[in-house]
Design a protein around this ligand. Structure first.
Ligand code: CTP
Length: 398
């Protein structure tokens, strides 16, 4: 399963270092060529010999020891690796990499890496929740470094909380997922809209909705991971866009419409995830509207429907839309699919727990142009995004 893959496991100084032994053993059994780099503190918890006996490769503990081969080890391993897994990852290594510090074999290898780097943090729950640690994790995640969430439970220090090393089995599953990532979108161009739009009333007020942008950003990220060129046209949200995408930030539905219509022609796949405001103010006051009587009426006029306009001109591009509903999910979604000439619509009932705005999961149904539908169970927005991309490819080939 992992035959031909080189995995570098970076072991840091934490009590979970002993569990990294099982991780290395499982990776080796799956056929990976495993190399272990231990930090100076890791060596105090587990002997390098333990890892060497399992991975059958020299274990690197010191940047300046006599080299075993005539190459510069941190560079050669960094170049050879298909994946670097830092497990357990301490607050220290996360902080060092986030701060650009490369002062030992592990940090220099990470810094020189071409491959994805997966951190598996394990530490005291208060340390894990510390805003400095969380800030470092967010910074690295925004740069494309991967993180596994620690488990919650009783820890070696006696406290109960989030910070436990996940099971080696779960880490191996994660590693398999990363290493088997497809590049089936290479050469394809995908345009994604995301987030809400804001329709101004006056210089200080606007009409908007609860869209967090998470679903649209997940589609953009998944497409990037699979090799696509991605343009993300996003309304105002509080999340970091995936690195590698061309990101255009817009505010109103008209801005989003103009941005999409100006570039859609060069794209193969159009995924409309944005919760576009259907109406805007008929006139926007240039100065702040002062409070007056007991009632206040705003006149609204219809916004352009971006997905519907694309449906008219899309040619053989694949057009996917979303349908967030509170009632009659399937009927409403099917009507939108037909009226906007979409190839597929992703329908979700936003009143169901675990689906809809703000949360990290979604429960969706896919309805396709030919009338077929697929019901998916609750899953992360990332997994929903990958399933959408799988279906888009099957539509494109059909
Ligand atoms: N959409 C769009 N431009 C609009 C309105 C919607 O591109 N002005 C897209 C959304 O991005 C989504 C799909 O159309 O992919 C359906 O959006 P939704 O708001 O659910 O439907 P509406 O057509 O606006 O209908 P309603 O609000 O009445 O449910």
């Amino acid at each position: 399963m992992l035959k031909g893959k080189t995995v570098v496991v970076g072991v840091c100084g934490g009590i979970a270092a002993y569990k990294a032994v099982e991780l290395v053993s499982r990776l080796k059994k799956l056929g990976a060529d495993v190399h272990v780099i231990m930090t100076a503190n890791a060596v105090k918890f587990v002997a390098p010999l333990t890892f060497r006996s399992i991975c059958h490769n020299p274990v690197i503990t010191d940047m300046f020891e006599e080299p075993k081969m005539w190459d510069i080890q941190h560079v050669s391993l960094a170049q050879k690796a298909d994946l670097i897994v830092v497990a357990p990852a301490t607050a220290n290594i996360i902080g060092k990499v986030a701060g650009g510090i490369a002062d030992d074999m592990l940090s220099t290898t990470i810094m020189a890496a071409n491959s994805p780097v997966l951190f598996v943090p394990a530490m005291n729950d208060k340390m894990y929740e510390n805003p400095i640690v969380q800030g470092n994790i967010n910074r690295l995640a925004s740069l494309g470094y991967l993180f596994m969430e620690p488990d919650t439970g009783l820890m070696a220090c006696g406290t109960n909380g989030k910070g436990r090393f996940p099971s080696p089995e779960a880490i191996v599953d994660y590693v398999k997922g990363i290493l088997s990532k497809k590049s089936d979108y290479e050469g394809l161009r995908i345009l994604v809209t995301a987030g809400p739009t804001r329709e101004p009333i006056d210089p200080v007020r606007y009409i908007s909705n609860h869209s967090s942008g998470k679903m649209g950003y997940a589609v953009a990220k998944a497409a990037l991971e699979r090799g696509a060129f991605v343009k993300l046209v996003t309304g105002p949200v509080n999340i970091t866009p995936p690195s590698g995408a061309e990101v255009v930030c817009v505010t109103s539905a008209i801005d989003m419409y103009n941005e999409v219509m100006k570039s859609y022609e060069s794209f193969d796949v159009l995924v409309m995830v944005a919760a576009v405001a259907d109406y805007r103010c008929a006139s926007v006051s240039e100065s702040k509207i002062k409070k007056s009587g007991d009632r206040f009426t705003v006149e609204l006029v219809k916004n352009p429907d971006i997905a519907a306009e694309l449906g008219k001109v899309k040619g053989d591009r694949v057009l996917v839309g979303f349908s967030a509903e509170t009632d009659n999910l399937l009927e409403n979604a099917a009507l939108k699919l037909a009226s906007k000439n979409m190839d597929m619509i992703v329908a979700n009932d936003v009143t169901v727990e675990g689906a809809g705005f703000g949360v990290d999961t979604n429960i969706v149904k896919f309805i396709k142009r030919d009338g077929s539908s697929i019901d998916l169970p609750i899953m992360s927005k990332e997994d929903v995004a990958h399933r959408i991309l799988d279906e888009v490819l099957s539509i494109g080939k059909g």
